[in-house]
Design a protein around this ligand. Structure first.
Ligand code: COA
Length: 462
């Protein structure tokens, strides 16, 4: 696929100008420049501000056209009334992509200025991200051109957001939740570069395994393009979309937020279905699923086993499995025999495999080994309820060890219930690339998304 120069420059700029880089620490133009420098971007950076000689130790230029170097990306952080003028200057300079942070365009009815901005960009062959955005981050090259938190945990999940505040908030949240990101792209008004352009680039990005999108609405007339392009993207990578503005009032809120048409929810549902996009209904779901795609292999089949120390969570997991069309294996007599050897005599070798409340690390390790070695099993769900005899952190170490021994050959998800030490155990698992969730239901639902994608991919390629 031929990649547009402007889109490439958005994710891999060799040099960046910050137009409206401010001398004052409280301002957005200061924060963006600081984030670019502090997060470790290795390319050349040029602050542009007619009133300053130097900002954050860098020589400042009065205008972009004065910079004695090529400029790939220009981040624009000047008030709306100056945007067109600086965009024109950037165009003359040969900038490839404009990242327009400034608000006050189509989202407030100022459609004319937005159209002018795009017109200027077209005239000079530039692409535009925004306006009305918090910026872009691409962690493989230590690029954080946003006014969100400076630090980002690196990983394979890309997040494209039509909401600014939510995007910024989730940047901090990803660190807390041990979710590593490759890219965070704020879409704003989507005057030019839209979710499809960004997803298309990321579909071929070796640093991204799964693409997540917070969508409020597509631009009128772009529905067919969305379906066609996404159909090809989802064959290469899983795409999870959360679509806001489902309700009538929600749709009205979306219209005044980014100026987009929320449209009928049925239409979006149909478009997502046709394009193979996985639709999440909550942000929790979106990132729960993304975590599985980021770390687990695609399964070799549908048969799933649940291994638990608690009957109750086993039943909850079974219900969720049925609701999400996760096929629970009926183990053969031979396999049941093998599971029986991993548990006390009063346990159950059926599915869920109940190791009982008496289970310790060894029981889990043995049952997990049986599951990895059996050809009957394709997917493994491990459940744990806090008991006095098994410390969850120690169980986490055991699970990591066994999964490593089998080289991540089958998808594994973990659901745990308990207190703070259980939370610590889940962190440990997540840090080691094993998706762990609070509760059986979330673990099974996340696995269900992986299996759904597996089904989709098998159908397309099979
Ligand atoms: N070229 C370069 N720099 C210029 C300039 C020009 N033509 N004209 C002014 N500047 C400088 C200013 O001197 C100032 O620097 P200083 O603080 O060192 O003096 C800097 O650019 C910023 O200008 P200022 O007038 O102070 O604007 P601001 O910082 O108050 O607001 C925006 C600018 C873009 C942040 C504001 O207009 C805006 O749109 N805010 C909303 C952003 C947002 O929320 N986006 C969506 C997020 S999801």
């Amino acid at each position: 696929m031929v990649v547009d120069e402007g889109v490439r420059a958005l994710f891999n700029p060799r040099s960046i100008a910050v137009i409206g880089a401010s001398r004052h620490p409280g301002k957005i133009g200061y924060m963006i420049l600081k984030n670019i420098l502090d997060y470790g971007y290795k390319g050349r950076v040029y602050p542009v501000n007619p009133k300053a000689d130097e900002i954050l130790g860098l020589k400042a230029y009065k205008r972009v056209s004065e910079i004695p170097d090529e400029v790939d990306m220009a981040v624009i952080v000047v008030p709306e009334k100056y945007v067109l003028e600086v965009a024109e200057d950037a165009g003359r300079k040969g900038v490839k992509v404009l990242v327009v942070i400034t608000s006050g365009f189509a989202e407030v009815g100022n459609v004319e200025a937005e159209e002018k901005l795009v017109e200027i960009a077209r005239k000079y062959g530039m692409r535009v991200l925004g306006p009305n955005i918090f910026g872009i981050a691409y962690t493989p090259i230590n690029l954080n051109a946003t006014f969100g938190p400076r630090d980002l945990l690196k990983g394979p999940i890309a997040f494209i957001s039509q909401s600014g505040a939510l995007g910024i908030a989730l940047m901090g949240w990803t660190i807390m939740e041990e979710i590593g990101v490759s890219a965070i792209v704020s879409m704003g008004n989507m005057s030019d570069i839209d979710v499809v352009d960004a997803a298309e680039y990321l579909a071929d990005d070796p640093n991204t395994k799964v693409i997540t999108i917070y969508l409020e609405g597509l631009k009128p007339g772009t529905g067919r393009r969305f379906v066609e392009k996404m159909r090809s993207i989802t064959r290469r990578k899983p795409v999870i979309v959360i679509k806001a503005g489902r309700s009538r009032r929600g749709a009205m809120a979306a219209a005044s937020h980014t100026g987009s048409l929320a449209g009928s929810d049925q239409l979006y549902s149909a478009a997502f279905k046709q394009s193979g996009v996985l639709r999440a209904y909550t942000t929790d779901d979106m990132f729960d699923w993304a975590r599985v795609f980021a770390t687990q292999p695609l399964p070799g089949g549908e048969e799933t086993i649940i291994i638990t120390n608690g009957g109750g969570v086993g039943v909850l997991a079974t219900d969720t499995a049925e609701e999400h069309s996760v096929k629970l294996l009926d183990p053969s007599p031979g396999l049941k025999e093998k599971f029986r050897e991993t548990m006390p005599w009063f346990g159950s070798p059926k599915n869920p495999v109940d190791l009982t409340g008496q289970a310790v690390e060894e029981n889990y390790a043995k049952a997990l080994e049986v599951a990895f070695e059996s050809d009957e099993i394709h997917n493994i769900v491990i459940l744990y309820c806090r008991t006095a005899i098994l410390d969850p952190r120690s169980l986490a170490d055991t699970i990591v060890e066994v999964v490593k021994k089998y080289g991540n050959s089958k998808p594994v998800v973990v659901g745990m219930v308990g207190g703070i030490d259980t939370y610590e155990a889940m962190r440990k698992l997540n840090q080691n690339g094993i998706p762990a969730y609070f509760g059986a239901e979330r673990a099974v639902a996340a696995l269900a998304a992986l299996i759904k994608y597996y089904r989709y991919i098998s159908k397309k390629h099979g």
